[in-house]
Write a protein that binds this ligand. Structure first.
Ligand code: GDP
Length: 443
């Protein structure tokens, strides 16, 4: 899968930062040096890397560390935001013409995936209840017209073709006419590609452009070609005023350089990402999600945001002290459960934790929310004295608690046993560390 190398390198860098309560300037410099190398190795443009590192460093100096953030986390947050910016910030939407049909001109070198992407885009628009028309204007590549026709019939989208003896300009003009007459609201023109950029190709594209005045000019580039993809995009953009880029083959093991440099180098936003040969393997490109993915963070940032909103840092500190003094009671336990529950369904929270998805799949892990409910009910059936001093809870009290909470005696026994175990471990820890020992929990 794409970005694997980059992701694992960045995860190493951030793994070192994540646990740190304090981050020195040297730590930041070292981390940035490693991020720089990781990006260069992922084939990100040299200048882009330099700018990127400078921006992150600038922001990392004297960061205001929020109560529930460690400085390490704050730096990861900065890198994530800058990566998102680098790829364009906001998700770039497909523009629409004031008056239908909206003309989308597809351009790109041969083999980049232009014809396939035209079909995918038609399918995507069709799903949004639009009526697209595919136009076969690649009259040079043998079988390109046939390929588009096959695609069209597969997805049930009409294909406008006039064979390979009519000029692309003429085909485009007539296609537009055809769309108007038949009330089709999108016209996707699959233009000719070449193995390399040449003047004849550019001239032809410019003529087609002038003839149909497209709202969108999308350049299809193969992400696997790394810096070449960026160079191609740059050259096309200088001649054709692109409105967006489509990155294809992100399902392959691309190092990611193209995705990270294309916007910065050309100024053109990436509008779509293609992740497979199948006709539905095309999605709008979301910079922030891509950044998360590259950082191997799952959706950790949403989780951090949720934690910031939901978990009270002062309370967490108080809890830490209690744990260290081994004076943690069932009331505290309940309180912690409430805090965690505020973050949302446990299952969804787990999904936001990097790598957790894999763990869940391989171990067939299921989180039972009802189990949480039972635990809560048991604790709530205890008296105040019992919650504070669980040693009071003898056999007859346990039976009463089970009856009161609608659970079995075995459930109550299990919970009390787990709680005792937890307190025993906490006590061991605090004995080991002493009252001023290393912190067990970071807020
Ligand atoms: P064109 O010459 O630019 O029109 O390229 P095509 O659309 O014919 O695509 C060239 C090859 O790339 C075909 O074999 C496609 O199936 C393949 N292809 C296109 N997009 C993707 C993609 O996102 N992932 C993968 N794995 N293959 C793709």
């Amino acid at each position: 899968m794409a970005f694997e190398g980059l992701t694992s390198r960045l995860q190493n860098v951030f793994g070192k930062l994540r646990g740190k309560g304090k981050v020195s300037e040297d730590d930041v410099n070292e981390a940035m040096r490693e991020v720089r190398l990781a990006l260069l190795e992922a084939d990100v443009n040299f200048k882009v890397v330099k700018d990127f590192i400078n921006k992150v460093k600038e922001k990392a100096v004297g960061i205001e560390v929020m109560k529930s953030f460690t400085p390490g986390m704050a730096i990861i947050d900065i890198v994530n935001k800058e990566l998102t910016e680098l790829m364009g910030g906001e998700t770039a939407k497909l523009e629409k013409a004031n008056k239908p049909p909206t003309v989308i001109m597809m351009a790109g070198l041969q083999g980049a995936g232009k014809t396939t992407t035209s079909g995918k885009l038609a399918k995507l628009l069709q799903k949004q209840n639009h009526k697209p028309l595919l136009v076969a204007a690649d009259i040079y590549r043998p079988a390109a017209i046939k390929q588009l026709e096959v695609l069209g019939s597969q997805i049930n989208v009409p294909v406008f073709a006039l064979g390979d003896q009519v000029s692309p300009v003429e085909i485009a003009k007539q296609a537009l006419e055809h769309a108007r007459e038949n009330h089709l609201d999108y016209v996707i023109i699959d233009t000719a590609g070449r193995l390399h950029i040449d003047e004849a190709l550019m001239d032809e594209l410019k003529q087609v452009h002038a003839a149909v005045n497209p709202t969108e000019v999308l350049l299809v580039v193969d992400a696997m070609t790394g810096q070449d993809a960026v160079n191609v995009a740059d050259s096309f953009n200088q001649q054709l005023a692109l409105t967006g880029v489509v990155l294809t083959k992100l399902d392959g093991d691309t190092r990611g350089g193209a995705a990270l440099s294309v916007k910065a180098v050309t100024g053109c936003p990436i509008k779509f990402a293609a992740t497979g040969e199948k006709v539905d393997a095309l999605e709008p490109f979301h910079p922030e999600r891509m950044a998360s993915r590259i950082l191997g963070m799952g959706d950790m940032l949403s989780l951090i945001e949720k934690a910031q909103a939901g978990i009270d840092a002062d309370k967490a500190k108080e809890m830490e002290m209690k744990m260290r003094n081994a004076s943690f009671t069932f009331d505290d336990f309940l309180e912690q459960m409430q805090q965690v529950k505020k973050l949302g369904p446990i299952d969804q929270i787990l999904d936001m934790i990097p790598g957790m998805n894999k763990v869940k799949q391989t171990q067939n892990l299921k989180v039972d929310e009802r189990q949480m409910g039972r635990i809560e009910a048991i604790v709530r059936s205890m008296t105040n004295e019992e919650r504070k001093d669980p040693d009071l809870i003898n056999h007859s009290r346990r039976k009463r608690i089970a009856a009161g909470s609608g659970t079995q005696l075995a459930d109550v026994n299990r919970l009390i046993k787990q709680f005792d175990e937890m307190r025993r471990v906490m006590k061991q820890f605090s004995d080991m560390m002493g009252p001023k020992g290393p912190k067990m929990m970071k807020s």
